[in-house]
Design a protein around this ligand. Structure first.
Ligand code: ZN
Length: 297
C-alpha cells in the first residue's frame, strides 16, 4: 500500500511536518527524529513533536540521512528550541556542515520557500547558520534507543557521498532519503544518483538484501506490504534504465551535457508536469546525474 507520510504510522512511529517533507519520529524510551527538512518547517515540526511528546525537551536525537537543504534545513531551529538535542549524521557530513559554500546553498535554497510560506514561519527566526554534528556515524553502527527500538546506520553513498540509510528492525523499516528512487505524481520512480551512479547502484543492491516491510520515503509517501518489498528491485531497474537513457542522449547530442539536461527537463519535467519538486533543485540534481554518467562515476 502507498500511504501519505503524515501522522501516526505505527505504535511509536510518526511522520511530522508536511507530507511533502516529513520528518520521522520514533518514540521508544529515547525519542528520536530522523531528518528535519526545510528551514520554514521548523515551527511546524516543533509544534507536532510537542503534541506527541508533550514536552519537546524529551527529544534527544535528530539523525540525518544526508546534508541536503530539504533534509537538514530545520535542524538549527530545532537545536535553538531544544537545547539538549544531539545531531547524528555520517562522519563525512561533519565537515560539509561547516563549509561556507554548503551553508550558503542550504540557506539560499531554503529562502525560496521561506518567502512562499511566510505564514508558517510567523516571524520566527528559522535561519540556517550551519550546524554541528554531535554524533558522527560510521557504516554499520547500531544505536539502541531503548524500549525495543533502535536502528542500524548503513552507508549508502551515490545520491550524496554522505548518505546514510537507517534500518529500524522493530518495524523492518528503512529511512533512506534519496538513496532509493523517488516517486513522481504518477508513481514513476526517479533515481537520484547525483554524486555517483556506480555507488548509487551498489547501495541499492545493499538495501535490497534487507527484509523490508516499510519504506519511509523522503517526500510524500510511505510504502507498506508488497509496495515496500518490491521497491528496491524497481529502483534498481529504473536506475539502470535512466543511465542508459542519459548515455543514449549523450551519444545522439555529441556529448553536449547541457543539451541532454534540457532534453530530459523538457520530457520529464515540462511535458509530464508530474515531478514533485521545484524546477531549480530538480535542475541542479539533473545536471549532476548527467555529469555522473558522462564522467563514468
Ligand atoms: Zn537529497
Amino acid at each position: 500500500m502507498i500511504l501519505k507520510s503524515k501522522g501516526k504510522l505505527a505504535e511509536g512511529l510518526y511522520a511530522v511536518g508536511v507530507a511533502e517533507i516529513p520528518a520521522y519520529l520514533t518514540v521508544g524510551k529515547t525519542p528520536a527524529l530522523f531528518d528535519a527538512g526545510m528551514t520554514f518547517l521548523g515551527p511546524r515540526y516543533l509544534a507536532e513533536i510537542r503534541g506527541i511528546l508533550n514536552d519537546a525537551g524529551r527529544l534527544i536525537f535528530n539523525f540525518l540521512t544526508h546534508s541536503h537543504y530539504d533534509h537538514c534545513g530545520a535542524v538549527p531551529y530545532l537545536k535553538r528550541h531544544i537545547p539538549g538535542l544531539k545531531v547524528g549524521a555520517s562522519r563525512l557530513a561533519v565537515d560539509i556542515f561547516h563549509r561556507q559554500s554548503a551553508v550558503e546553498l542550504i540557506r539560499s535554497l531554503g529562502k525560496d520557500y521561506e518567502e512562499r510560506y511566510k505564514e508558517t514561519i510567523d516571524g520566527e527566526d528559522v535561519s540556517f547558520d550551519g550546524l554541528n554534528v554531535d554524533i558522527p556515524l560510521d557504516d554499520g553502527v547500531e544505536v539502541d534507543l531503548g524500549g525495543g527500538l533502535g536502528f542500524k546506520a548503513i552507508a549508502t553513498p551515490g545520491h550524496t557521498k554522505d548518505s546514510l540509510t537507517y534500518y529500524i528492525p522493530r518495524f523492518k523499516a528503512v529511512i533512506a532519503g534519496e538513496s532509493v528512487g523517488v516517486f513522481d505524481k504518477n508513481f514513476t520512480i526517479h533515481p537520484e544518483f547525483t554524486a555517483s551512479y556506480r555507488d548509487y547502484l551498489s547501495s541499492l543492491h545493499k538495501l535490497a538484501l534487507l527484509e523490508i516491510d516499510l519504506i519511509l520515503m523522503s517526500h510524500f509517501f510511505v510504502l507498506t506490504g508488497d509496495d515496500a518489498k518490491g521497491y528496491m528491485a524497481k529502483s534498481i531497474k529504473r536506475t539502470e534504465e535512466f543511465r542508459k537513457r542519459i548515455e543514449d542522449y549523450l551519444n545522439e547530442d555529441d556529448g553536449d551535457r547541457s543539451v541532454v539536461v534540457k532534453r530530459i527537463f523538457r520530457e520529464d519535467y515540462e511535458d509530464t508536469g508530474a515531478i514533485l519538486q521545484d524546477a531549480r533543485p530538480y535542475l541542479i540534481n539533473l545536471e549532476a546525474k548527467v555529469r555522473a554518467v558522462a564522467e563514468g562515476r
